[in-house]
Design a protein. Structure first.
Ligand code: ADP
Ligand code: MG
Length: 695
């Protein structure tokens, strides 16, 4: 019965082929190759596991302080208690008096002498043989035992098809040139070694994944990734996209008095910063090429990415093509819509708005003008790709806060914005800097432009960390702040488990603050509000009809109210690095000195303490992103979490940075000199996951 169930559970874990099982590598090992006497096991102490054996001389079920089973075993040297806080009747039988058992666990000083708590126990003869390799412990999911996985892996390693799948094909000469001091085993022996390391293996380097066997596997994995990224890069260059050179360069400017591009520069109430100028010329160059741009515009919160996107849109519209701007949230998309209206409407640009919350009729109308080409600039949420939208002549897609879209969504965007005839240019924007290692791996086919300068007149934000116990003091400070004619945000925490609870705490804060600050108008905005309601509150805040805005994290990105220069964040300990950085970026946009108060409730975990401290000390988005990466891993940073597929399974981008460069070189050489091997390598490593690398 169990053997019938096991394969399906394994299949659910994706372990459905000998190759998949071979690549399901252990997360750690247990050493069952060594057998100690009880005396020696006791001497080893409580911090290292030990294996010993003996005859059961006592087996008692106690009821105090709680129900538990205590079994005593004995050998010629000592006695040892085994304590089980949960146990089955079958275990009582397994450890009946007189049975000889082999046990493994850590020995500690118990109340009644030395003991192991919940050891692994097997009833075996005293002379039962010991394994001669370390016992692998595999990443498992609920409902699959180690025994089942071990058995399946052992079987897979013997499968004849695996010889073929793991065959060596990296040219020796190439490897010797790239890595002269190469002590790596072949792939096949590396994999076998990792599943069944000999008793004397260097377990430290196995655990830390720095062992040559690990290096070999990591290198192969990175190589596959580098190859597919380079290929994506080459494929993109082969594709056609309309080329949009600057209008007067081509003498196209005859039908219009002035291009949208020039018009926009004229109506802007400010001059571009040097950094904005620079990135715009990089983008402008891309747009003039006849293959699609794939560029990330990176700039810290408030650095002024929007206007650069607007310039790109203007260029495209000058050539009679449409431009679309897509943002991950309704509020953010709306802000873009309002901004674009402000800049472009006087120039006669037809702007369309599309979001999921539009009424059916409005939606149909928007779709119509997008489809017949009347709309030149289209702004919206991912409704732009979800709804049945077809663009008359899309030349540019701008995707704001691109990391907030999942991998699947990004793929969909790419598939939707292209057509068979031509691909549109793509500009992604993000305030989250991509650390170098990440840029070299996941984003190798992405050109990056960086705005590394804030518009003039920005004041640094002073960040304070304050205990929740001083809430009244904070409210007092808020009072005098608002009295100066300034505005403020009060941010309530995200409560992931319960939206209802989140709303409740926000409402409570709102009521408390309304009472405490009778001279001012307090507003409340949260995720449950309808789009129009949200927009109305935001508009009132922008117009200073509301002085204090109580909000859940819906204001996380993009909101722009320069007169609001104070932000209080409640339960700041519950937020991640990126969230606080984004939130804090809402202030410091006007001429007033800006303050961000991070209120925290005790007890504070070490991680939260460090996080708040870092956030107080720096507002450098790059430093914060690096910290974030080391904490969370790239999956979350990339928004790949929901895809469930970690693309690099064995590589740690920080630990193994040097391997990335090596893999990059090897990928170049393989593509140039051994194109025939490339396909096989990709298939081996990526299989169905290859798609994801293109997103
Ligand atoms: P982000 O990069 O975070 O998206 P925005 O594009 O929203 O930043 O710009 C933040 C604010 O700075 C906006 O109010 C915008 O109008 C203003 N801004 C942008 N560029 C400049 C500039 N060169 N000089 C002055 N203000 C600018
Ligand atoms: Mg923005």
């Amino acid at each position: 019965m169990t053997t019938k169930q096991a394969p399906s559970t394994l299949q659910k874990m994706g372990l459905d082929s000998p190759m998949a099982l071979a690549l399901h590598l252990p997360s750690r090992y247990e050493n069952e190759t060594e057998l100690l006497t009880i005396e020696e096991a006791i001497a080893r102490g409580r911090f290292a596991s030990a294996q010993t054996q003996g005859i059961v001389i006592r087996n008692k079920v106690l009821f105090r302080p709680r129900r538990q089973m205590v079994v005593t075993i004995e050998d010629e040297t000592e006695t040892l208690n085994l304590r089980f806080l949960n146990f089955y009747p079958s275990q009582q039988k397994q450890m009946a008096v007189g049975v000889h058992v082999r046990v493994r666990g850590e020995v500690r000083d118990g109340f009644q002498g030395s003991e192991m708590v919940h050891p692994t126990v097997r009833a075996v003869a005293p002379d039962a043989p010991l394994p001669n390799s370390l016992t692998p412990v595999y990443p498992a999911s609920v409902g699959v035992s180690q025994t089942v996985i071990r058995k399946a892996v052992t079987q897979a390693l013997r499968d004849p098809s695996l010889q073929e799948s793991l065959a060596e094909f990296l040219p020796k000469k190439l490897m010797a040139e790239l890595l002269p001091s190469n002590d790596w085993p072949s792939l096949q022996s590396a994999i076998t070694y990792l599943h069944q390391p000999p008793a004397d293996a260097n377990t430290q380097s196995l655990l830390e994944r720095t062992h040559p066997a690990w290096r070999r596997v990591q290198f192969e994995e990175l190589l596959a990734q580098q190859i597919s990224l380079k290929r994506a890069h080459a494929i993109r260059r082969e594709r056609n996209a309309p080329s949009f050179a600057k209008a007067q360069d081509e003498g196209k400017n005859t039908t219009k008095e002035q291009s949208f591009e020039e018009g926009l520069l004229r109506v802007l109430p400010f001059k571009l910063t040097n950094a904005q100028d620079r990135v715009w010329s990089e983008i402008s160059k891309d747009l003039s090429k006849s293959f699609p741009m794939n560029r990330l515009l990176q700039g810290d919160v408030g650095s002024g990415k929007t206007v650069v996107a607007a310039l790109a849109a203007a260029r495209v519209m000058d050539h009679g093509y449409q431009a679309a701007i897509m943002a991950p949230t309704e509020i953010l998309a709306e802000q873009h819509y309002l901004k674009m209206k402000e800049w472009f409407e006087t120039l006669g640009v037809k702007i369309a708005w599309l979001s999921g919350s539009l009424k059916a009729k409005e939606k149909r109308l928007a779709q119509e003008v997008i489809e017949n080409g009347q709309a030149q600039l289209i702004i919206g949420t991912h409704a732009l790709i979800q709804e049945n939208v077809s663009f008359a002549k899309l030349g540019l897609a701008v995707i704001d806060e691109q990391h907030r879209f999942g991998v699947r969504q990004r793929l969909e965007i790419q598939q939707r914005v292209g057509s068979e005839l031509f691909y549109c240019h793509q500009l992604m924007m993000s305030a989250t800097p991509i650390p170098r290692t990440l840029a070299m791996t996941y984003y190798a086919d992405l050109d990056v432009s960086v705005i590394d300068e804030l518009p003039p007149g920005r004041k640094p934000i002073a960040t304070k960390v304050v205990k929740a116990g001083r809430r009244d003091e904070v409210i007092g400070g808020l009072q005098s702040w608002l009295s100066k004619g300034l505005q403020a945000y009060w941010v309530c925490p995200l409560i992931e488990e319960s939206e209802a609870l989140q709303l409740q705490t926000a409402t409570e804060s709102f009521e408390q603050l309304t009472q405490a600050l009778p001279d001012f108008k307090v507003g409340l905005v949260h995720g449950r509000l309808k789009a129009e309601e949200k927009a109305a509150v935001m508009a009132a805040f922008k117009a200073n009809e509301i002085q204090l805005l109580v909000a859940t994290t819906v204001i996380e990105v993009g909101v722009d109210v320069p007169n609001a220069a104070l932000m209080v964040i409640e339960h700041a300990e519950r937020f991640g690095y990126a969230q606080i950085h984004q939130l804090r970026g809402r202030v410091g946009r006007g001429s007033a000195d800006s303050v961000c108060i991070l209120m925290y409730a005790e007890p504070l975990s070490m991680a939260a303490k460090e996080r708040l401290q870092t956030l107080r000390e720096t507002s450098d988005g790059f430093v914060i992103a690096e910290r974030d990466l080391s904490l969370r891993g790239p999956g979350e940073l990339l928004g790949a979490k929901q895809s469930g597929d970690a693309m690099l399974r064995f590589v740690d981008l920080q630990r193994d940075a040097w391997l990335i460069e090596l893999a990059q070189q090897a990928a170049d050489r393989l593509l140039a000199e051994h194109a025939d091997l490339v396909e096989r390598h990709l298939e081996r490593w990526l299989g169905s996951r290859a798609e994801f690398l293109k997103a």
